[in-house]
Design a protein around this ligand. Structure first.
Ligand code: DX5
Ligand code: ZN
Length: 216
């Protein structure tokens, strides 16, 4: 399993130092939340911000685009140093094409679904996708409460992957992950845990990250 701390909860006055604490702490992915104020009721930051970090760290840049019509930004995000680009099924009429465009840019392609979107929405994409992001909160803000019913979707995706040799996607969960909900996510079959406020609120980032992993 992999841990993906969400940069959204970092102290932006000391962004590089913050990111270095989580890299040293053993995080595999840096989760980068890009919000446009339209798809979600919040605005975060654009590619300029993480581009500056790219040459200072080795973690996989896991970009989560919470923007309407994400096709408009794929090239920019790829050029800024993204390794994985995840777009929302709800944000475009052409989700399959968006994933194809991400792959054509040489990046891993992810699709995200909100808590209100049924898992069937990603069925036509299962062979193409490198990552499926199951939102465990409604996107827009860090620090919200975990929505347990979303784990049914994680279970289903794990079963489908197990049953089909052509499916290779990682299952990622995002929102409300802490040391308790992490256990539920892993039991349901999640491979990548995104955690923002839980990790960045703690001074000892190494311990915070370790506490999300299976303890035995
Ligand atoms: C929510 C973002 C999340 C968020 C998670 O819209 O996609 O990545 O930062 O934050 P926590 O872990 O605090 O719920
Ligand atoms: Zn996210």
């Amino acid at each position: 399993m992999k841990i993906a701390p969400s940069m959204l909860s970092a102290d932006f006055n000391h962004l590089l130092e913050e990111i270095q604490t989580i890299e040293k702490g053993g995080a595999e992915y840096l989760h980068i939340d890009i919000m446009d104020g339209t798809f979600v009721p919040n605005i975060s930051f654009g590619p300029m911000i993480f581009q500056g970090l790219r040459s200072h760290c080795q973690m996989v840049f896991d970009c989560h685009l919470m923007v309407e019509k994400p096709e408009r930004y794929l090239e920019m995000v790829a050029q800024a140093g993204a390794d994985i680009i995840t777009v929302h099924a709800e944000a475009t009429q052409h989700i399959h094409s968006a994933l194809q465009q991400i792959k054509a840019l040489g990046k891993k392609a992810g699709v995200a679904i909100n808590p209100g979107t049924p898992v069937e929405a990603v069925y036509p994409l299962l062979e193409l996708a490198d990552l499926i992001l199951v939102m465990t909160v409604n996107p827009g803000f860090g620090g919200q409460a975990f929505i347990g019913s979303t784990l049914k979707k994680v279970e289903k995706l794990a079963q489908l992957r197990h049953a089909n040799e052509h499916y290779h996607y990682e299952i990622e969960v995002d929102g409300g992950v802490n040391y308790q909900t992490a256990k539920e996510c892993l039991a349901a079959g999640a491979d990548v845990l995104v955690a923002g406020s839980y990790i960045f609120k703690q001074e000892d980032r190494t311990a915070a990250i370790a506490s999300l992993r299976p303890q035995d």
